[in-house]
Design a protein around this ligand. Structure first.
Ligand code: SF4
Length: 696
């Protein structure tokens, strides 16, 4: 493994997004004891890091983090310092009381897409074996669950990207839908730059002319919530122009006649009226995509975070299938997963409906296999529970106590003020985190945990590459790893065995639990990951090389064919009207990450992105009577947020944009709509109706 930082530097990966950039940690004499240095030998980012990665060591400093447990000794009292025995005892008592009074499902567990594979696995097992609750889900439900559902439906298997990122630079044409890579994962932008340098073309679909869209050969700016109609319109033109890959459709797919009929009902002129994208631009997109010898569609949160996200991604997959751009070298559909372990986090059992190895909780054979590994009776495993928003919405109702790990829903959940109220209404809330997040501040017990540089564990990147993060630093004495925490809690709740604190031991059990499942990790070991700098799943044996590219011979369906699923356009969960005449869409900025719990504590990042803003078009600003930098109130049916206006012609005149990283009066998720996709249960973060008011 190449390491430009020197022999004493520990090779590892960034704690933030799903690109999981390679970096090294070199020891220093100053607090926090390590510094981030480049690791050019890791092939995905080749040494490049964004500002978040470069400054990641800052959060390790004791000045910005929790270094000991906190306990609220009376319901309305303050959080006070406590020892681990008292804190864990209080958690065990709180969970036990809810369970004893109201049954196992009165205890909820909420995980995170940033947890390592080992933690996600242990948390799912803890919920089902120790607590016996079905009420477990995680914040990854808010991230890429629609893409996962559509992937599963069409291909029989969900791995965000079924090919390595390096293939993106060598394909003929990329349609990038609802992704602002320049802000979300800047080192990945070079694949799009190389694509164009290699003669390929880039089409970006986004209601905003983002820094990513500025690099495109063609930018389509649909009205938020209409990407589904856009994809159908493109497919209509593909068929009408005779550009369907008939041989591929015949040999490698099923379901085309019904999907074709749905496509043909979406005339380009109608699609132009719905999306606002002119017909000539639709024709140009089809020309660029179909003229290229190979092509890809990559989606991110734009099309996915909608109440029809699964069908929207399905429509883009159908476009790939109709044009023969799937299951072939340098072609296919991929999802750019967001959170650090967004891929692995959804494979190992912290999702309401899944068991490790990406197995279905309702599958009797899967239950039997996993129960055998866990040493319990299959019948003792609870069934599927509620999805993330539905679980948060049930807090204080039939869910009385919650254990929350690695998530900050007070900032990141839709209809956030309501979710905050539900959290406050709990009989008992325990939060494990590295900082006193806005959610941790509401807890009865706060458990301070180690960070990425202080523990060893694996993550699975957006490519499906399983990676090893290594311990490079001794944690402060007052904190424990999440695995130590679960080990201690399980013992207090009567399970002395089954929850080892050693990550490699947990990983080896995970390998056995995943064996034979869709996400088979059984051939992946810590030793191999270290030697090979990552191994792609599925990898069923230690002698297996891993699988960088999926579906080249057959898809993962029973008959080996990809499935067209007919989809039709339907409106967003909330349309504009006289009272709420403008659309709101939300997203991220480069210097902050998700709910900002960590990045808002880094001075350099805060200087670059100190607070929220409302991006709007000059015509809309004039109509509202607000100037650049003046305070603007955005009001939806669920709440209000106030932030300075940022006036720019890089956004549609019917739409405003807010980043969602901040709490307080600028909290964008005060406004967002929890309307759920019927399949993925993804809330509709990307579109809701609002009105604007001057707030100066
Ligand atoms: Fe970290 Fe993502 Fe930035 Fe890479 S792009 S340095 S993984 S936050």
């Amino acid at each position: 493994m190449t390491d430009a930082a020197g022999d004493d530097a520990v090779p590892t990966h960034c704690p933030y997004c799903a690109l999981q950039c390679g970096m090294s940690l070199r020891r220093t004499a100053d607090d926090p004891g390590v510094e981030v240095v480049e690791r050019p030998g890791f092939p995905v980012n080749r040494g490049a890091l964004c500002g978040k990665g470069r400054t990641a060591a800052a959060v390790l400093s004791s000045r910005v983090r929790l270094t000991g447990p906190l306990v609220r000794r009376s319901k309305d009292g303050p959080l006070e310092p406590a020892g681990w025995d008292e804190a864990l005892g209080a958690v065990a008592a709180g969970l036990t009381a809810a369970r004893a009074g109201h049954g196992p499902d009165a205890v909820g567990v909420f995980g995170g897409g940033g947890l390592t594979n080992e933690k996600a696995y242990a948390l799912g097992k803890f919920a089902r074996v120790v607590l016996g609750t079905s009420q477990i889900d995680y914040n990854g439900r808010f991230c890429m669950s629609s893409a996962a559902a559509a992937h599963q439906r069409a291909f029989g298997l969900d791995r965000g990207m079924p090919f390595p990122l390096a293939d993106v630079a060598r394909t003929g044409c990329v349609i990038l839908v609802g992704s602002n890579l320049a802000e979300t994962m800047p080192p990945a932008l070079r694949y799009l730059t190389e694509l164009r340098e290699n003669g390929g073309t880039l089409i970006v679909v986004d209601p905003r002319r983002t820094r990513t869209a500025e690099q495109a050969d063609l930018h389509l700016a649909p009205r938020p919530g209409t990407d589904l109609a856009l994809a159908l319109g493109l497919s209509h033109l593909v068929v009408a122009q005779g550009r369907t890959d008939e041989e591929f459709v015949r040999e490698r797919t099923t379901g085309w006649p019904a999907a074709r009929a749905a496509v043909m009902a979406h005339w380009p002129e109608h699609v132009e009226r719905v999306t606002g994208v002119p017909v000539p631009q639709l024709r140009e997109a089809v020309r660029l995509f179909c003229d290229a010898p190979t092509g890809m569609v990559l989606t991110a949160r734009g099309p996915e975070q909608q109440s029809k996200g699964t069908d929207t991604v399905g429509a883009w997959i159908n476009l790939c299938l109709a044009t023969g751009r799937a299951g072939r070298p340098l072609s296919g559909y991929g999802c750019l997963t967001g959170q650090g372990n967004g891929q692995g986090g959804r494979e190992h059992g912290q999702k309401a409906d899944q068991l490790p190895g990406y197995r279905k909780l309702t599958d009797p054979a899967a239950r039997e296999h996993v129960a055998r590994v866990w040493g319990v009776a299959p019948d003792s495993l609870p069934g599927p529970g509620r999805s993330a928003y539905e679980l948060l919405d049930a807090l204080g109702g039939d869910v009385k106590a919650l254990l929350l790990m690695g998530s900050n829903p007070v900032v990141s959940a839709p209809r956030a003020a309501h979710v905050e109220g539900r959290l406050r209404s709990l009989d008992f809330l325990a939060v494990a985190d590295v900082v006193l997040s806005e959610t941790a501040a509401l807890a009865d017990v706060v458990l301070p945990v180690t960070q990425w540089a202080e523990e060893t564990g694996t993550t699975t990147s957006l490519e499906g590459r399983v990676l090893l993060r290594r311990r490079a630093l001794t944690p402060p004495p007052g904190v424990r790893t999440d695995l130590q925490l679960l080990n201690g809690l399980a013992a207090l709740l009567g399970h002395e065995k089954g929850f080892p604190p050693d990550p490699e031991e947990v990983f080896d059990e995970l390998r056995r639990a995943s064996a034979g499942g869709p996400a088979d990790y059984s051939g992946i070991t810590y030793r191999r990951i270290a030697a090979e700098d990552g191994v792609f799943w599925p990898c069923p044996e230690e002698s297996h090389p891993g699988t960088p590219r999926l579906f080249l011979d057959r898809f993962a369906t029973e008959d080996g064919r990809a499935r067209f699923v007919p989809v039709v356009h339907r409106p967003a969960g909330e349309e504009t009207d006289a009272e709420y005449p403008v659309l709101l869409t939300t997203g991220r900025v480069v210097a902050q990450y998700q709910s900002g719990a960590q990045t808002r504590r880094v001075a350099e990042l805060n200087e670059a992105a100190p607070g929220p803003f409302v991006e709007l078009h000059p015509r809309l600003a004039e109509r509202v009577g607000v100037g650049d930098g003046e305070l603007l109130a955005v009001v939806s049916r669920r709440g209000r947020a106030v932030a300075p206006a940022r006036v720019t012609d890089a956004i549609r005149a019917d739409t405003v944009f807010m980043p969602f990283h901040w709490p307080g009066e600028g909290r964008a998720n005060n406004l967002t709509n929890p309307a759920l996709d019927p399949t993925s249960r993804m809330p509709e973060f990307k579109v809701c109706a609002v009105r604007l008011e001057r707030a100066g």
